[in-house]
Design a protein around this ligand. Structure first.
Ligand code: DAS
Length: 338
């Protein structure tokens, strides 16, 4: 434990624990798949990495204990409000959120749009359970606390720290089902590295986030329903029609290629738009700009394009945009801003 005088110099970092593999346990030290996520509590996670006490004054809160495939809009709203309440306190310098890896990129992007502070917010997970040989959770957690307590990390937007790498929330994605190097920022690039107990930054996001964001969740208790239809050869409109019938306020079309619309599907999207749903053309491809008026006449159809956001992140931005406007012109501005 740091001495009182030394502790005064250390940053105050709060760990909000939500579950996931980083809090998971397996039947043996060689179990790296088929383990149980979300079983270890936040105090145990902190006790397992005493080295953190040398770099920050760490406190922990167990906000949820779930596998992140079960994360909901309601979890996101509660987490975002707790983060904002903590960061408004002068004695909190940064926040680490331990999280399952399955939806970590989504939670990170949601927080990137709703956190009202320049203080560092870092999401961290693990690809191997805490009981496994060379478990990656402890070093990932140590690095995340380091980053969250670093003045250099201020104003960078919400980050994900995995495998000694720093990724920005907007462009990072999980690229492998099980290997420790799963989190990457393809083509647009990670923000930097953590090495020898220090963060090293080499780039920052060109898009608005956190303190510059126009979105405010403080008075929200739910988010508008937005669903995703996945594109593939010979697709039909059964899922799309069901989403619209269930009252979806927005549809993300995760199309093939540059968001191309199959001849059999386009009429269903036009009908959905006529019923008032906002249609965003995105792509299953994963990288590149979704060109407006490229594969479809968006001006004529009154559709929106997702720019470079993948479908799951386009859904998050559209949900938040719909809390402010139903104008497709304004929503397109939002997709070119965040
Ligand atoms: N099921 C996964 C999750 O909770 C486990 C993990 O990878 O964290 O996201």
């Amino acid at each position: 434990m740091a001495s009182a005088a030394h502790a005064q110099k250390l940053p105050n970092v709060t760990i909000l624990a939500t579950g996931g593999t980083i809090a998971g346990t397996g039947a043996s030290s060689t179990t790296t798949v088929g383990y149980t996520a979300a079983t270890v509590g936040v105090q145990q996670l902190i006790q397992a990495v005493p080295e953190m006490a040398k770099v920050a004054n760490v406190t922990g809160e167990q906000v949820f204990q779930i596998a992140s495939e079960s994360m909901t809009n309601e979890h996101w709203l509660a987490l975002g409000k707790r983060v904002n309440a903590l960061l408004a306190q002068p004695n909190v310098d940064g926040i680490v959120i331990t999280h399952g890896t399955d939806t970590m990129e989504e939670t990170a992007y949601f927080l990137n749009l709703v956190v009202k502070s320049r203080k560092p917010v870092v999401l961290v997970g693990a690809m191997r359970p805490s009981t496994a040989l060379s478990a990656d959770g402890p070093i990932n957690l140590y690095n995340a606390v380091l980053l969250a307590g670093s003045a250099d990390a201020a104003g960078k937007g919400v980050m994900i720290a995995m495998g000694d790498q720093i990724h920005g929330a907007r462009d990072v994605t999980k690229t492998n089902t099980s290997t420790p190097d799963s989190f990457k920022t393809p083509e647009l690039g990670m923000l930097g590295y953590i090495q020898g107990g220090k963060p090293f930054f080499y780039r920052s996001s060109a898009r608005k986030h956190t303190a510059e964001s126009e979105f405010d969740i403080s008075a929200l208790s739910s988010l508008p329903q937005v669903d995703i239809v996945y594109g593939y050869a010979n697709m039909n409109t059964v899922a799309l029609d069901a989403f619209v019938a269930a009252g979806a306020k927005g549809i993300i079309h995760a199309g093939v290629g540059d968001g191309s619309l199959a001849a059999k599907v386009k009429p269903g999207l036009v009908a959905a738009r006529q019923k008032g749903a906002i249609i965003v053309r995105s792509s299953r491809v994963g990288n590149g700009i979704l060109a407006r008026n490229g594969e479809a006449n968006d001006d004529e159809l009154d559709f929106v394009v997702s720019d470079t956001l993948n479908p799951q992140k386009a859904r998050i931005l559209l949900m938040l945009a719909l809390t402010k406007t139903s104008s497709t012109k304004d929503i397109q501005r939002i997709f070119y801003t965040y």
